[in-house]
Design a protein around this ligand. Sequence first.
Ligand code: ATP
Length: 341
Amino acid sequence: MKTYKVVELLGDGISPELSQSVHAIAEILPCRIEFVPVDLSLEHRTQRGLPLYDEAEALMRLHKVALKYPTATKNESPNAILRDRCEFSVIHRPVCSIPGIRTNFTQKLDIDVVRIGTGGTYEDAGRRIGPDTAVSLRVIERTPARHASRFAFKLAMLRHGGVVSTSKYTIQAQTDGLFEEVAGHVAEDYPGIPYRRELFDSLLANLIMKPEKYQVIVCPNEYGDFLSDMACGLIGSVGLGDSSNYSFDDDGAITLAMFDPAGGTAPDIAGKDLCNPFAALFAFSSLLRHVGEVDAAKALKSSVLDAVSSGEKTADIGGRLKCSEFVTAVTARMRSALASV
Ligand code: ATP
């Protein structure tokens, strides 16, 4: 049986319940997952300080794959610290319609938002020039733009879809222009994959009117941030998704990947077996796909979706199940899905 070591970054609030849910799934997989835990809870961070992040970073670089649960943000943001230290330059956010979740938007959506995870306007808070004017620096760099574009095309190849690169390249001619130039060059390496470029404002309207025309969307940092949340709104929840963060070597190969569920620590329901592990299980599915356990990844995702669409769901999305009961519903489906592979 193949064994994978996965660094498990434990956090606060519902984090232990999410971790238990993931472990329950790991136990029935056709491979062995050896979890290497790092306690990033607020209490432990307060006790240990920066050396704790040194340890987390070293283990992540050693094992190359990590699963992170929600952490309370008090003095510092563990997400921001890990992103900086591990040099995550690409963020992937899959967003697909979930049968069984009530939404305002009734069409089917199934997109992968791939964004440059660094730069844009996010690394400079800006400065005031006199009392009534403020400016900030916007950074677009060729290397992360290339990593994001390559990641997008590889993903499109896997899902037999096309790629759209999007930005405001007519207005931000230099910065977004550079991003689009890079995306266009990468597209030339993938002649079999449909590719087009769209202005970000028109993409937002078109995505809502004709969602079937979009599969993989690649863009600079801020646009990807806005787009991911809007897309989650369309499928009825910002809390049900997962995201993946990647860093790369000079040759463009992925050196480190971290998967995490959307959503916070939910302290109000922590420890009551009430939380929804949906996003954590989706994050685990993305991790399995990344390490090459594609059948297990698909089985997990479809089992989660099937449980929810059959009405076996937790209270936050209109069901009656406790967290552990939902996990039992998913594992039952997974066993039969894996048996038929
Ligand atoms: P944080 O400071 O970590 O963001 P928060 O409580 O302010 O914590 P969320 O964790 O996003 O913000 O929670 C917002 C609401 O959504 C809470 O009522 C919480 O119980 C609920 N919630 C969040 N995550 C889940 C989950 N996985 N399952 C069920 N309910 C959840």
